[in-house]
Design a binder for this molecule. Structure first.
Ligand SMILES: Cc1cc2nc3c(=O)[nH]c(=O)nc-3n(C[C@H](O)[C@H](O)[C@H](O)COP(=O)(O)OP(=O)(O)OC[C@H]3O[C@@H](n4cnc5c(N)ncnc54)[C@H](O)[C@@H]3O)c2cc1C
Length: 470
């Protein structure tokens, strides 16, 4: 069969490419070897946030700070929680993906796709048969998969990934989480708040390594307060399992060894692009050092009719990036639009509590680029919303250009920071200055007000957590 567009994958990138192509009246076929909807709805964003919301409800029931209110956090029926999560995922997969494909009218073909001469696609179906598909344009939207760190004994001992951890039958009594990127942090707090004894192990000097150091300090304090053990700057030299217990041998920077034990080890050390068996080299499609499909700014690969979108391209792994990629490819492939994306104001959110949200440059990045920056950090105990919430763990940090006052980057650690960061996204995108931010209305008793207060500290004498200028 011949189509205008053939998309490999059915995640966020694939769906947005297909919808955009159908809106241009193009014929589309989508091929997936796994569950329709890809990572976000099935094993990523949706299940993790659903379980995090449940874990937060339990945490607040046990530990809220309000006088006169009595609540109690009882034991967790993890099986029921996971069953409820599955039902939600199934519903959202049907509503947001399967029904949408039917509504827009494209064909979904189940099987493993591989490029063949033409180019064309050879699809190996689950029934053992195969099918050849030809199209004017192809989109590789095959996503990413967890990286397995090369730790002696780990593969033999067996380990959890974010996917299998959220499908366990029973709540583990203890868990070692390797890695403190956003997936590691979210899952660590999720399990800890359900009652698991969690230890987070990070090879770098601090948690949440890509974020501001002040952010890392807050989140480490929060974790320690909540009983999560944290080991940073350590190397895991080996892992083994004995009598159902996992042992992880650590090496500290001072040369001291330490042994951790837990029921499970969860690996959250990053995700790698999925390109295995796609036969890309034969098509002239090149991949980079991390296996990412190399694309130009318009997302075209080295083959003029093959494009790539989402996690597989090595761009930031967020579903909103994947979605934007898909639409852009349809415009570029069919309308020759020559569109590109600006990632300079891309927000990043970690859904811990408090949430970590940031946009633009960190202080270190601005310094490395010689932008001449000045920064202010406002502790949340200066934010009325945090005071009435009786939870002042968090901060607002603004990185601004010294010469112009232009806002280069913002980090928020606060409840609902993921929502409040949107104002900072607008500020960074449209080149606002800290003065303009300080003069812009902000509603009282919101987290968003923190942005205005932090901007005011550039010109007013407000006591700060810390202050720096370079
Ligand atoms: C635990 C977790 C939590 C996350 N939380 C968030 C969040 O809160 N917010 C956010 O923005 N992002 C989040 N993400 C990231 C987000 O899920 C991904 O960035 C996004 O889903 C990537 O979409 P994609 O379309 O590139 O690939 P995917 O959704 O991974 O889709 C790839 C598809 O390709 C299929 N495939 C692969 N190879 C072949 C082949 N040869 N033939 C046929 N089919 C093939 C796979 O079966 C899969 O369905 C999270 C990720 C994880 C793991």
């Amino acid at each position: 069969m011949s189509y205008d567009l053939a998309v490999i994958g059915s995640g966020g990138a694939a769906f947005s490419a297909a919808i955009a192509a159908r809106r241009k009246n193009k014929t589309v076929v989508m091929i997936d070897r796994g569950m329709i909807g890809g990572t976000c709805v099935n094993t990523g964003c949706v299940p993790s946030k659903a379980l995090l919301a449940a874990a937060e409800a339990r945490h607040i029931a046990g530990y809220h700070p309000f006088p006169g209110i009595r609540t109690d956090a009882g034991p967790v029926d993890f099986r029921a929680l996971v069953t409820g999560k599955r039902a939600l995922v199934e519903q959202m997969r049907a509503d947001k993906y399967i029904d949408l494909a039917a509504h827009h009218g494209w064909e979904i073909c189940r099987g493993v796709a591989r490029f063949a001469a033409g180019p064309s696609l050879e699809v190996s179906r689950p029934d053992g048969g195969s099918q050849r598909i030809e199209a004017e344009h192809y989109v590789i939207a095959t996503g990413s998969a967890p990286v397995t760190p090369l730790i002696p004994g780990l593969a033999e001992a067996g380990y959890l990934t974010s996917t299998s951890a959220m499908e366990l039958d029973e709540l583990p009594d203890s868990l070692i989480v390797l890695g403190s990127g956003y997936v590691g942090l979210e899952l660590a707090q999720l399990f800890a708040r359900l009652g698991t004894q969690v230890t987070v192990v990070e090879i770098l000097p601090r948690l949440a390594p890509p974020e501001e150091p002040e952010t890392s300090r807050v989140i480490e304090d929060v974790f320690v307060d909540e009983g999560i053990q944290v080991r940073t700057r350590v190397i895991v030299t080996s892992v083994h399992r004995a009598e159902g217990i996992m042992f992880a041998e650590l090496l500290h920077p001072d040369g001291n060894p330490e042994q951790l034990r837990a029921q499970h080890v969860l690996v959250a050390t990053g995700r790698r692009p999925v390109t295995d068996d796609l036969n890309l080299a034969a098509m002239g499609v090149k991949t980079g050092d991390l296996g990412e499909v190399l694309v130009d700014p318009q997302l075209r690969t080295h083959h003029p009719r093959i494009w790539a979108a989402g996690d597989v391209t090595g761009h930031p792994q967020f579903v909103y990036v994947a979605g934007a990629h898909g639409t852009l490819i349809a415009d570029n492939a069919f309308d020759n639009a020559g569109r590109t994306l600006d990632y300079g104001h891309l927000p990043r959110v970690t859904f811990t509590s408090p949430q970590i949200a940031s946009v633009g440059l960190t202080e270190e990045q601005a310094t490395q680029r010689d932008l001449g920056c000045k920064c202010r950090v406002l502790a949340l105990n200066y934010l009325p919303r945090a005071l009435v919430n009786r939870d002042t763990r968090g901060l607002v940090k603004i990185v601004a250009q010294h010469a112009t006052g232009r806002v280069l980057g913002v980090s928020l650690v606060a409840p609902n920071a993921g929502d409040a960061i949107l104002a900072a996204v607008y500020a960074v995108k449209h080149g606002m200055t800290v003065d303009q931010m300080a003069e812009t209305w902000a509603p009282y008793l919101t987290v968003g007000e923190g942005l205005r207060l932090a901007a005011q500290t550039f010109t007013r004498d407000i006591a700060l957590l810390s202050c720096c200028a370079s």
